[in-house]
Design a protein around this ligand. Structure first.
Ligand SMILES: [Zn+2]
Length: 448
């Protein structure tokens, strides 16, 4: 490992120059700007270090797939990342141009430095470092680099289902998102799922005078309010029959992990709210990671402009997101949502589904987690936090459920990477520590 780490140290500057080339190439999936060019550049960067690379079409933006076979290796590691980026707007808030990567204050600034080019490129340079310093890899490595994560990975599931033999692996690994608020490395074992629903009620075919016709026409806004009030009680308990049937409470080991997580209620300050009570960390994390939630994220009816307008609005709608936890199934939850509406007499509700991801979890005691922890200690020289789950959602289940392999995520970007926002960055040292971590992980995985 020392030879490999020395190789990383000796080639720091070139690695950074190559990362800059990748950041300089825009790849804005939402606007279809530069995505194909970026795929070609990334594929050529893989080829240059001896990875067999292919650009594979999907129903959307292409996947860059790379593979290195290790003679005699029993294990295969599938490394996921995404080369597309968020739109850079608003441009006027950037201190340096988003697609002119700039080294300053110990960081590389630019769109995609943290999310996710800098992190995925750490994996690429780790493979180069091992190949050059050791001659061969200890495990087979497959790279799956997606071109549309920032537009919800719409086509990735179909791609994975159609390419199972190509993607066959024992373990999956990725580095995405930020480290913890104190920039302590973290190992993420899962995500919550999500189900989006839009509910609408329709009355007359247009708004009518509330004084003249109000009592005689249906009132969709009231129908909606009454319906929403059946979903959740004032204490936040979800009232949909069977909603939580599949929920699995945290194991003793997961509870212990929650107890060890650094709790910093600073995320709740600066929101114009009364100061948060000195919180109970484990309870906070249990709620965030192990409990489902039902949120109204949009509510629309009638006139919202200046002054007043005395109408009965003819339509009312709400958008809802439900955060799901293991083992809730978004298909099943959608059926229960619809059944709930019928059971409460809301047959006139129009209910439309808006996507969904399964929750996903790799067991905390899976050997892959211990392997990743050892790799982090070597790469970062710090003790990682084991985080059973994220509050948010991503397509982790494509790996754990669709491919049936465990996955952990070890972020290499700092807590304030400003992903999706102006002035995105990755720390220079985080990038190099990430390279070393991935290099060490290859050996740890080979030994499992
Ligand atoms: Zn992102």
């Amino acid at each position: 490992m020392q030879d490999i780490f020395r190789y990383v140290d000796r080639h720091r500057d070139r690695f950074m120059t190559e990362l800059c080339a990748l950041v300089r190439q825009p790849s804005i999936s939402a606007q279809n700007v530069g995505v194909a060019e970026c795929a070609a550049l990334l594929a050529s960067q893989l080829e240059a270090i001896g990875v067999t690379a292919r650009i594979l079409p999907t129903a959307g933006h292409p996947v860059v797939f790379g593979e290195v076979r290790a003679p005699g290796a029993a294990r295969t590691l599938l490394i996921y990342g995404h080369y597309d980026v968020q739109p850079p707007e608003p441009l006027e808030l950037w201190k340096t141009p988003p697609f002119e990567p700039t080294l300053k204050d110990g960081r590389l600034w630019g769109r995609g430095t943290g999310d996710n080019k800098g992190q995925l490129f750490a994996h690429v340079k780790a493979v180069e470092s091992v190949l050059r310093a050791a001659g061969t890899l200890p495990v087979n490595v497959k790279f799956l680099f997606e071109g549309e994560e920032e537009v919800s990975s719409h086509c990735l599931r179909g791609f994975i289902e159609a390419n199972r033999p190509l993607l066959a692996a024992d373990y999956a690994f990725c580095s995405d998102g930020p480290m913890l608020p104190n920039d302590q490395p973290t190992i993420l074992f899962g995500v919550r799922g999500i189900l989006g629903v839009e509910v609408s009620f329709q009355g007359a075919n247009r708004d009518v005078h509330s004084g003249n016709l109000g009592p005689f026409v249906p009132a969709p806004a009231w129908r909606l309010v009454h319906f929403l009030s059946t979903l959740r009680d004032a204490e936040g308990r979800i009232r949909i029959q069977g909603f939580a049937d599949a929920v699995v409470p945290p194991s003793a080991q997961e509870r212990e992990a929650l107890r060890r997580m650094p709790f910093d209620p600073v995320a709740l300050t600066g929101l114009g709210l009364p100061p948060a009570a000195p919180g109970d960390g484990p309870a906070y994390f249990e709620r965030l990671m192990f409990e489902p939630a039902l949120n109204i994220n949009g509510l629309t009816s009638g006139y919202q402009g200046r002054g007043s307008k005395t109408i009965v609005p003819h339509r009312a709608s709400a958008k809802i997101d439900m955060r799901l936890v293991v083992n809730q199934d978004p298909d099943d939850i959608f059926e229960k949502f619809v059944a709930h509406a019928k059971a409460h007499g809301f047959n006139d509700a129009r209910i439309e589904r808006r996507g969904g991801f399964y929750p996903s979890r790799t067991p905390l005691d899976h050997p892959l987690g211990a392997a990743a922890a050892r790799a982090v200690r070597r790469g970062f020289g710090k003790e990682p936090v084991l985080q059973p789950c994220m509050g948010g959602s991503d397509p982790d289940y494509y790996f754990t459920r669709v491919l049936g392999i465990p996955r952990v995520n070890v972020p290499y970007a700092p807590h304030d990477e400003n992903n999706h926002a102006p002035n995105e960055s990755i720390t220079v040292e985080g990038f190099y520590a990430g390279i070393k971590t991935t290099a060490a992980l290859l050996y740890e995985v080979a030994a499992l």
